[in-house]
Write a new protein. Structure first.
Length: 686
């Protein structure tokens, strides 16, 4: 799995947070995967070596030194021991003699002593995994059955309505046809009586036939009789034909009614069956709701509030979730025991791989074909790596397309579309995560030039040209499912919106929700238990002189006063100082270093000011307990600069949401509250 972004700090944060001990449940005491090695790499308390910060050559070098080449805590030492090559560190004693010592990684990770022990551990871990998976699968099957019944309820309701409608139609048709049958039977009886009457008349007329003498001489009486006989025959034939037609019609109507009555009966029987299935399915769902603490997304669930819907943990209650956790823990044990069994082969592969990370040729095409396999060995041990897009080509240049499994793009709203192409080509599947309402992609070329390039190649600039376009906007357009949100005077389609917010307290959450997300976000962070050292979030209104450019010395002095209070209180320097403007950033760094306020408070003040003081554009993807937002631009005639900062929600949205607990805005409130989205900050800040 590769985590990639244009923002180096963002991907580094992901790689640091995944292995952090706080990322797993407190009761997951057995979930460990080479933690001593991971502790050494990340210089913090971790649960496992599952992620690495790679990318540029410097990151790769630092990682290789801590992860592999460290004799005390490196994986190479562990694998050699697991492969049967006993590892010792020779230490010089005070008396000058040398003494063997077992490396720390061996004592802490305890590799198997023999191949047999490794294989026994492998078999036990496989058995434990199969047991945990089987138990979780039974729960999954049970929930899947409930889910199928939940789906069937809506399908049954629709089918019941269709059957009811069909029954009504059949009833109407039967009733209408019965009326027609009654009419045709009356008509048939009438015609039959008429036919009998004509037949009787014909019979009587035959009896009136003239005698032989009248017939032989064809007298007038005979001629008149013959004419009447012919007329009677025609009348009888006509009446007979009319009667047969009506009789046939009546017979067909009766047959049609029988068919309709059979269909109606079948429809009623089907309705009984469907209603029975509906009652059974409903009872199963109701019983499941009573017997489980986890919400089930039925009709009642979706009639709830947006907050309850978004915050719900569907289907899996605590016990069910624990079963899934157990499968993961068992899988990690299987993973580690496989590494123990294959220690010699993995050690040999990684020893070659770590030297170049597959970035350089081995001199022969046949050997270079093994580079994807070396990467596979590395990913077997460390399943997640992070890199910037800028380093993808140099690091993965020798990998064919779709070699890697997953690509997770972070801060995709800040990435120009073309930056992600190389990484996407080399992976089978991609997950794109970002926010188009935070900082847009930074483009150094003039927009007129990039638009001309798009036109030359027949590319639609509005769709593919940054900064309007980003990896996030293209992913949203490609998504088969989307949600629509109001945006300015129009709408914005978002692929799979995540509305639950877990980082910021109020008012940062409220400001962001108002200016960027149409108040659709849901707050999931519990209210703070205590008031911050500097008090609640507030706008510190400073009216000062500008100079040079957008810098205001008074704002810098107020910042220093607050930093001194924080330091004296014993608080950690878990904070960022941000500003819309580079000139303000540079002066803030200068006065912080000159003041000495950081000396003895942070480990390296020179590096700290570059990591923790910057423009809003530089801090996307980061977070801290406290953020100071130093505005600058105090001059009346600098309304254009203020308008630029507040015109779109992106910049203030990023600025306020870096702060988890407290935000302190330092600047001229009277001037800045007129700058677009800053009016919301003015309204919601103390």
């Amino acid at each position: 799995m590769v985590v990639a972004s244009s923002n180096n700090k963002a991907v580094e944060n992901v790689s640091a947070e995944l292995p952090d001990i706080s990322a797993i449940a407190k009761d997951a005491i057995n979930l460990r995967y080479f933690p001593s090695i991971s502790d050494r790499v990340l210089q913090s308390k971790t649960w496992g070596m599952i992620a690495a910060v790679l990318g540029n050559s410097n990151n790769r070098y630092e990682f290789s030194q801590a992860f592999w080449k460290d004799e005390e805590n490196g994986l190479a030492t562990y694998l050699k021991q697991a492969a049967g090559d006993s590892q010792f560190i020779m230490e010089k004693q005070p008396d000058g003699t040398l003494q063997k010592r077992i490396p720390s990684v061996i004592e802490k990770e305890r590799p198997p002593k023999t191949k047999k022990e490794a294989i026994d551990n492998w078999r036990k871990s496989c058995s434990a995994f199969a047991s945990a998976k089987s138990k979780a699968q039974k729960t999954r099957n049970r929930l899947q059955f409930i889910h199928s019944k939940l789906v069937s309820i809506s399908e049954l309701l629709a089918e019941i309505e269709d059957v009811k409608t069909n029954s009504i139609v059949l009833e109407t048709q039967i009733s209408q046809l019965s009326g027609e049958i009654t009419h045709s039977e009356k008509e048939k009886e009438s015609l039959f009586s008429k036919l009998q009457e004509i037949d009787s008349k014909c019979t009587y007329h035959l009896k009136l036939a003239p005698n032989f003498i009248v017939r032989i001489f064809n007298l007038k009486a005979f001629r008149e009789w013959k004419i009447q006989k012919k007329y009677n025959a025609l009348e009888l034939n006509s009446a007979s034909t009319e009667y047969r037609v009506v009789k046939g019609k009546n017979g067909r109507q009766c047959s049609d009614r029988v068919i309709l009555e059979q269909e109606y009966k079948s429809s009623e029987l089907l309705l009984i069956t469907l209603n029975k299935s509906y009652v059974e399915s409903t009872k199963i769902i109701e019983d499941a709701k009573k017997n489980s603490n986890a919400p089930i997304p039925d009709k009642d669930f979706f009639n709830g509030s947006v907050e309850s819907i978004q915050l719900a943990h569907l289907w899996f209650n605590e016990a069910d979730s624990l079963e899934r956790d157990n499968v993961f823990e068992a899988a990690i044990v299987v993973h580690k025991s496989f590494i123990d069994c294959s220690a010699e082969a993995i050690q040999e592969n990684l020893a070659i791989f770590i030297e170049t990370f597959g970035t350089r040729s081995f001199g022969k095409a046949a050997k270079d074909k093994m580079i994807p396999e070396l990467w596979a060995t590395f990913f077997l041990v460390v399943p997640v790596i992070s890199t910037t897009f800028a380093s993808v080509n140099s690091m993965f240049s020798r990998l064919p397309q779709e070699t890697l499994g997953w690509l997770l793009i972070d801060e995709a709203g800040q990435a120009v579309p073309q930056a992600a192409v190389g990484a996407i080509m080399r992976t089978k599947r991609s997950i794109v995560v970002g926010d188009p309402l935070q900082i847009e992609p930074v483009v150094t070329l003039p927009n007129t030039l990039t638009e001309e390039i798009c036109a030359y190649f027949g590319i639609e600039a509005e769709q593919f040209n940054a900064p309007q376009a980003s990896v996030q906007t293209l992913a949203d357009k490609a998504s088969p499912h989307s949600a629509r949100f109001s945006s300015g005077s129009g709408f914005r389609d978002v692929g799979s919106p995540l509305l639950v917010h877990r980082r910021c307290d109020s008012p940062m959450f409220d400001i962001s929700n108002s200016i960027a997300y149409a108040n659709l976000m849901v707050q999931a962070k519990a209210p703070p238990e205590k008031t911050p050292v500097l008090g609640i979030s507030k706008w510190i209104d400073i009216v000062g002189e500008t100079g040079p450019d957008k810098w205001c010395q008074s704002e810098g002095e107020v910042l220093l006063e607050n930093l001194k209070i924080l330091r004296q209180s014993g608080a950690d320097a878990d904070l960022y100082i941000i500003t819309p403007f580079v000139i303000v950033q540079d002066n803030l760094r200068r006065i912080l270093q000159a003041s000495g306020v950081l000396e003895g408070w942070v480990e390296d003040p020179s590096n700290w000011v570059y990591d923790h003081v910057g423009t809003v554009h530089t801090v996307q993807g980061r977070e801290a307990e406290i953020v100071f937002f130093v505005l600058g631009a105090q001059a009346i005639n600098q309304s254009g600069a203020r308008s630029w900062a507040g015109r779109n929600p992106n910049l203030p949205n990023v600025a306020v949401t870096r702060a988890k607990s407290a935000l302190y805005i330092i600047g001229n409130r009277t001037l800045w509250k007129k700058a677009g989205n800053f009016q919301t900050l003015d309204r919601l800040m103390s």
